[in-house]
Design a protein around this ligand. Structure first.
Ligand code: ADP
Ligand code: ZN
Ligand code: ZN
Length: 665
C-alpha cells in the first residue's frame, strides 16, 4: 500500500496531552500492508498502546529528530477500522463540537470494538449468520402513502433531506421500509435510528421480517460481545441495514444511501457528554459529504426542522390520516390529582372488553420526595442540589441526577419524629395503587428502575403484552413512543401538565410532542381510541390545540414566541458549561472566561448571556455555572470559541462546550 516511511497516528486513550498526532516509523515488513485507518500497536514507554493510523509521509516532521521516532509494533486487525470518510468525520466532530481526537474517534469506534482490537493480534473468526426468517411481502400502500412515496422515490437518489410529518399511525414506518428496500436494491446501505432502546425490539422485528439477516442492531442495551459482533457484521458488509439508537449514526457502512431518524424531535438524539453531538446534525453532515438521503419523521417535528422545511431547505411530506382511515383518538381532560375514579373506571371497562391500556406518568419512584411532618426536613442529595426521590420497594432514597442512593430513615434525623410523609407520586406508587384498587388488572411497569438498560426486559414485556397476557403497560416516557399494539384503546396520562412548568423555552413543545405521541398509542386497531389527560390546572391555549390535534396551529404560536425571544430556530446557541468542586473558584473563573469572550463576541455579532449559576447548581459534587452565546449564524459562535480558546486557562475548573444545547439546566 505504501512506500512511505512515517505514519501519523491518534493514540487510543484519554487526556489532553494525547490530543495531537503521534508519529511512528513504518517497519519495512509492514509497508506493503499498512493502510490509513488500521488499528496498530505502538511502543509507549516500556509498554504498548493502541493507535489508529491517520496519514503517512515521506519525511519526518521538522520538530522531530530521528531518534524520537520508534517503529510500529504491529497491526491488530488486518482490516482498517475506519476509512478516509470516517477520518473526515472525526475531524469535523472534533472541530464542530470542540472535542479531542480521541473523543471524536470513540464516537466512531465504540468501547467494545476498541476492547476487541486491544486484545486481538490475529484476525477475528467469522461468526455464523443469524437465521433468516422469511422475508415478508410489503402491504399495498394507502392512497396518501402512495402519493408521498411517489415524491420520495423521485428524489431519493438526489441526497435530499425530507421531513415526513405524519400523524401517529399514518404509516410512516411503512414508508421507511419502502425507502430502505429501494436503496438496498441499488446496492447501497441504510441506517435507521429510533430514539429509545424500548423501540428497538418492535422496530427490529419489522425490519427483520422485511430484510432478514441483512439487518443489524446497534444500541447500548446489547452486551459487549453482541455489540462487537454487530459492528463487524456491518464493517464486513454482511449487514446492510443498521437499526439502532443515537450512536448507530456512526455505524461503519461503506456506501450509505439513506438515513432515517424516526421521531426526529426526540431529545435522546443528542449526546449529553463528551462530544455533544446530535444524530440529526451528523446525518446532515453525512448527507452533504456522501449525497445520501435523509428522512426525518415525526408526528410532531421539532421547530428547528419544521422551520427548515417551511423555508424550503427540507422537502416537506405530509400524512394527514391514519391507515385505513382510523380516527385519531379522542382526547379529554380529567381535572384532578392522583388517579381519579373516572380513570379507574375506564381502565376496568377496557379490561372487561378484553382491550388494553397504557398509563403514562413521567416520574419514577414512589413519592417525589420524603418530608418530616413535624420539622419540615426534606432529604437532599449530598452531591447535587436536588431533593431525593423515595423508592419504596428498596426503601431507598435516590438521586435522579447522579444515581446516588441511601437507605430511607425510619425517623427524622433532625427532630427524631416518626411522622414522615411521602408527598407526590411516581410510577412505583401508581403501580401499587392500581394493584389495590383494581386487583384483577394485570399491569407491567416500565421505567428505568424495572428495566435498567436491558432491552431483554422490553422484549419480554412487549411480547407478553402483544399476546394478551397483560392488560396495562404503566411507565415513564418509555411507554409513550412508537409502540404499535392494535388492542390498545385507552391511554391515560397522569399529571399531564407538569412538563409545562419547567424553566425551559422548549417546555411547551416537548409536552405537546410527548402527549401527542402517547395519545397515538391508542386506537391503532379496529376499535377507536380514547385518551384521558389528568391535569390539576389545565392551561387553555395549550390544551385547546392539543385536544383538537392542531399541531400546526400550536407550532405557529410557538414560532411567534421564539422569534420574539430570539430563541432557536431564530438564533443559534452555544453553551459553555463550567464546573468545579469549589464554588468560589468557579465563580471567579466563570467571570474571567466571560471577560475573555466578551470583546471577541462584541466584534462578531455574538451576544453573551451570563455568566450565571446553572438552574441545577450542583451535580455529582460539582458546582456549575454557564455562559450562553447567541448569534444568528453558527459560524460566528464557532469563531468566538476558536479565537478565544487558546487564551483560556482553566486550571482546576472543568469547561465543556455544548453547541445547539437542548438542555439548559
Ligand atoms: P407510524 O409509523 O406513522 O406511527 P406505522 O407505520 O407504524 O405508523 O403504521 C401503523 C399501523 O398500520 C402498523 O400496524 C402498520 O403495520 C399498518 N400499516 C401501515 N401501512 C399500511 C398499509 N399500507 N396497509 C395496511 N397496513 C398498514
Ligand atoms: Zn423532623
Ligand atoms: Zn445526586
Amino acid at each position: 500500500m505504501t512506500a512511505l516511511s512515517f505514519c501519523h497516528t491518534v493514540i487510543d486513550g484519554n487526556g489532553p496531552y494525547l490530543d495531537r498526532f503521534f508519529t511512528y516509523r513504518v517497519p519495512p515488513e509492514l509497508s506493503e500492508q499498512l493502510q490509513v485507518g488500521h488499528y496498530v500497536k505502538v511502543p509507549w514507554g516500556q509498554k504498548e498502546r493502541g493507535a489508529v493510523v491517520h496519514s503517512f509521509s515521506h519525511r519526518l516532521p521538522p520538530e522531530l529528530s530521528d531518534e524520537d521516532v520508534k517503529l510500529i509494533s504491529g497491526i491488530a486487525d488486518p482490516r482498517p477500522v475506519i476509512g478516509p470518510l470516517q477520518w473526515k468525520m472525526v475531524e469535523w466532530l472534533r472541530g464542530f463540537y470542540f472535542g479531542t481526537w480521541s473523543e471524536a474517534l470513540r464516537c466512531l469506534l465504540p468501547g467494545p470494538v476498541l476492547q476487541g482490537l486491544r486484545k486481538s493480534t490475529k484476525a477475528r473468526k467469522k461468526k455464523d449468520g443469524i437465521d433468516q426468517p422469511a422475508e415478508e411481502q410489503p402491504p399495498r400502500l394507502t392512497g396518501e402513502q402512495e402519493q408521498v412515496w411517489g415524491q420520495l422515490q423521485k428524489s431519493l437518489a438526489e441526497g435530499k433531506t425530507f421531513l415526513l410529518q405524519g400523524v401517529t399511525g399514518s404509516g410512516k414506518t411503512e414508508l421507511y421500509l419502502r425507502a430502505t428496500a429501494h436503496v438496498l436494491h441499488q446496492g447501497r446501505q441504510a441506517i435507521v435510528l429510533v430514539p429509545e432502546v424500548a423501540l428497538t425490539p418492535q422496530t427490529q422485528q419489522r425490519y427483520r421480517s422485511r430484510f432478514g439477516s441483512r439487518v443489524c442492531i446497534l444500541h447500548s442495551g446489547l452486551t459487549d460481545a453482541q455489540r462487537r459482533r454487530e459492528w463487524w457484521r456491518i464493517r464486513d458488509g454482511e449487514a446492510a441495514v443498521v437499526v439502532g439508537t443515537r450512536s448507530a449514526i456512526f455505524a461503519p457502512v461503506e456506501d450509505c444511501g439513506l438515513i432515517v431518524l424516526d421521531e426526529e424531535h426526540d431529545s435522546s438524539y443528542k449526546q449529553g457528554s463528551d462530544i455533544r453531538y446530535h444524530a440529526r446534525q451528523v446525518a446532515a453532515w453525512l448527507s452533504r459529504e456522501t449525497k445520501c438521503s435523509v428522512i426525518l419523521g415525526s408526528a410532531t417535528p421539532s421547530l428547528e426542522s419544521y422551520a427548515l422545511a417551511l423555508g424550503g431547505r427540507y422537502q416537506l411530506l405530509e400524512l394527514h390520516r391514519r391507515v385505513s382511515d382510523r380516527p385519531l383518538p379522542e382526547m379529554r381532560i380529567v381535572q384532578g390529582r392522583g388517579i381519579p375514579h373516572q380513570v379507574l373506571q375506564a381502565l376496568a371497562e377496557r379490561k372487561a372488553k378484553g382491550e388494553q391500556s397504557v398509563v403514562l406518568l413521567n416520574r419514577r419512584g414512589f413519592s417525589n420526595y420524603l418530608q418530616c411532618n413535624d420539622c419540615g426536613w426534606v432529604p437532599e442529595c449530598t452531591e447535587c442540589s436536588i431533593s431525593l426521590t423515595y423508592h419504596k420497594a428498596k426503601r431507598a432514597l435516590r438521586c435522579h441526577y447522579c444515581g446516588a442512593h441511601r437507605r430511607a430513615p425510619d425517623a427524622c434525623p433532625e427532630c427524631g419524629s416518626h411522622k414522615l410523609e411521602y408527598p407526590g407520586r411516581g410510577t412505583e406508587r401508581v403501580e401499587q395503587e392500581l394493584s389495590t384498587r383494581l386487583p384483577e388488572l394485570r399491569v407491567a411497569r416500565l421505567d428505568r428502575d424495572t428495566v435498567g438498560g436491558r432491552s431483554q426486559v422490553f422484549s419480554e414485556v412487549f411480547s407478553e403484552f402483544a399476546s394478551g397476557g397483560l392488560d396495562c403497560l404503566l411507565g415513564t416516557q418509555m411507554v409513550a413512543k412508537g409502540l404499535d399494539f392494535p388492542r390498545v384503546t385507552l391511554v391515560v396520562v397522569l399529571q399531564a401538565d407538569t412538563g409545562l412548568h419547567l424553566p425551559d423555552f422548549r417546555a411547551n413543545e416537548r409536552t405537546f410532542s410527548l402527549l401527542t405521541q402517547v395519545a397515538g398509542r391508542a386506537g391503532r386497531g379496529e376499535e377507536p381510541g380514547e385518551v384521558l389527560l389528568v391535569c390539576s390546572r389545565p392551561q387553555d391555549h395549550f390544551f385547546h390545540h392539543l385536544l383538537q390535534h392542531r399541531w400546526k396551529e400550536f407550532m405557529a404560536s410557538e414560532q411567534e414566541l421564539r422569534r420574539a425571544l430570539k430563541y432557536p430556530p431564530y438564533a443559534r446557541l452555544l453553551r459553555l458549561l463550567l464546573s468545579d468542586e469549589k464554588e468560589e473558584r468557579l465563580e471567579k473563573k466563570a467571570q474571567e472566561v466571560a471577560g475573555i469572550l466578551e470583546p471577541v463576541c462584541h466584534q462578531s455579532d455574538v451576544e453573551l448571556l451570563g455568566p450565571a449559576p446553572c438552574p441545577l447548581e450542583r451535580l455529582q459534587g460539582r458546582y456549575r455555572w454557564h455562559i450562553i452565546l447567541r448569534a444568528l449564524k453558527v459560524q460566528d459562535l464557532q469563531n468566538v470559541v476558536r479565537n478565544s480558546r487558546p487564551s483560556l486557562n482553566m486550571g482546576k475548573t472543568r469547561l465543556s462546550f455544548d453547541p445547539d444545547p437542548l438542555d439548559l439546566l
